[in-house]
Write a new protein. Structure first.
Length: 226
């Protein structure tokens, strides 16, 4: 990296290449998601009505767990291998770098999970319209989950075995998102309007995307100084 200030495009290209090289790391959450939604129907039985009723919560729980587990090490590696030091030395914007890293992580995790959620049609017997709304709810709601998990991950950087604490910190804050998202699909399945809930989730995601990079940048600087 040059000693000059690094812009968004340069940071995006760099982080995109890093993400592609670490294929195993971003494939793990997807495999976890597939395992959960595949084994769930086998565990609860083959009753169609039961599967339809549990399909949306099962997919969202799998999404939540894959996000929380996949966030481990997203900033730890940058602190350990000197990337954060290089960014500070090159006067790059830490909030912008944080935003870029989180956006790329979202594309490789929640973006693909939203597509894989369409498997709820054959696995749980959901209609295509319900599965489509489920996928849309993941797209608009998952950024909040990711940002909360990222904050928890940044807070535990300086702790030994801090990754164990990430789910304990993030999950209680993420439960309201899970409740609202599953409720939106339930309203749609009963013929009611789910757009207000989706709009609320989208608004929350936008606010989280704006605020979270600055919060994480502050905690990263504190960890780097220590």
């Amino acid at each position: 990296m040059s000693p000059q200030s690094i812009g968004f495009v340069q940071l995006w290209r760099r982080e995109w290449q890093v993400k592609q090289q670490g294929a195993v790391q971003w494939l793990y959450p997807l495999v976890l998601f597939l395992v959960i939604i595949t084994l769930f129907p086998l565990a609860v039985g083959s009753e169609p009505q039961l599967l339809q009723r549990l399909g949306v919560p099962a997919v969202w729980i799998a999404t939540l767990l894959s996000l929380v587990m996949g966030i481990d090490g997203i900033f730890k590696s940058a602190l350990d291998n000197g990337t954060l030091t290089q960014l500070v030395a090159s006067r790059a914007s830490i909030p912008v770098w944080t935003l870029v890293r989180l956006l790329i992580h979202w594309l490789f995790s929640s973006g693909l999970v939203a597509l894989l959620s369409l498997l709820a049609v054959p696995l749980f017997g959901l209609s295509w319209s319900e599965a489509g709304l489920l996928s849309l709810s993941i797209i608009v709601g998952s950024p909040i989950l990711l940002m909360l998990s990222a904050i928890a991950s940044s807070l535990t950087l300086s702790l030994k075995n801090g990754a164990v604490l990430v789910p304990l910190i993030a999950l209680p804050m993420q439960l309201p998102v899970l409740i609202f998202a599953t409720g939106a699909v339930d309203l749609f399945s009963t013929g009611m309007n789910a757009l207000p809930i989706l709009a609320l989730l989208l608004a929350g995601s936008i606010i989280a995307v704006i605020i979270t990079p600055w919060v994480i940048a502050l905690t990263l600087r504190m960890s780097w100084l220590n």
